[in-house]
Write a protein that binds this ligand. Sequence first.
Ligand SMILES: Nc1ncnc2c1ncn2[C@@H]1O[C@H](COP(=O)(O)OP(=O)(O)O)[C@@H](O)[C@H]1O
Ligand SMILES: [Mg+2]
Length: 278
Amino acid sequence: MQQPTGVGTPPPIPASDGGAAISIKGIGKEYTTDAGPVRALLPTDLEIKPREFVVLLGPSGCGKTTLLRMLGGLIAPTEGTITIGDRQLFAEGETQPSREALGSLGFVFQQATLMPWRKIWKNIALPLEVTKVPKKERRQRAEELAGMMGLSDFLEHYPRALSGGMQQRVAIARALIHRPSILLMDEPFGALDAMTRDRMNAMLQQLWMDTGKTIVLVTHSISEAVFLADRIVLLSQRPGRIQDIVNVDFERPRAGEASKDPRFAEIVQYLRRQLGEV
Ligand SMILES: Nc1ncnc2c1ncn2[C@@H]1O[C@H](COP(=O)(O)OP(=O)(O)O)[C@@H](O)[C@H]1O
Ligand SMILES: [Mg+2]
């Protein structure tokens, strides 16, 4: 199928010369269950460039979370290798991720999973407590991140005082506290109402532009994918495989009005067709 205008031809996967932020080679996953093996993801190759904003898009159950959790070192691949910068996260057949590579990664889940008994600043600084960073430095870093995420007035509050959107900002601050170069986000705004979600997407775009992080975000929302992504990686129904890669080269920052641009609608339509929704 012809790709619409506003969508560039996907660039060829470059040879790994250490220049990629993330290099995925032959990564696949088969879960072992009582009912037998479940193949969630077929062996997959993908290279993600530093500072790229990549969105993994696909129907429910197609293996998006599986792929992202392997990238985050949270579950081990059945086959293949993952390289983060110049460090291997998983070598072939390895079930334990390399600690050095993990240091480059921050992970944000669909739920904020804050500790209700800890103040906001202590939730943000939690990863530094685990690595035994002195309290003064923890507090200073938490204040910095809170400032960046618009949370400065809430440092002494407890999570229950914050809205869902604010709680997710805390989760993002916590994921950034150890200065990872890569942020992995699994449907981070999926539990929020539509208006909050739009605001969070605009905030995330700004954060990405300001910090130069590499972001890999999972969603099943086509419009969210087109709003945020440099590149959309479309996964097929389970067992997941890459069905298509779509470049989105609208200028930044994109505003809510971007969705009124006919090129935006054209990409959305294209993706809906690819997903079999129309
Ligand atoms: N721990 C698990 N054990 C067995 N099967 C699983 C497990 N986690 C996910 N799956 C299965 O793998 C497939 C992909 O799941 P997932 O990666 O969560 O998809 P998505 O995030 O795209 O909705 C689904 O069919 C799901 O039921
Ligand atoms: Mg999922």
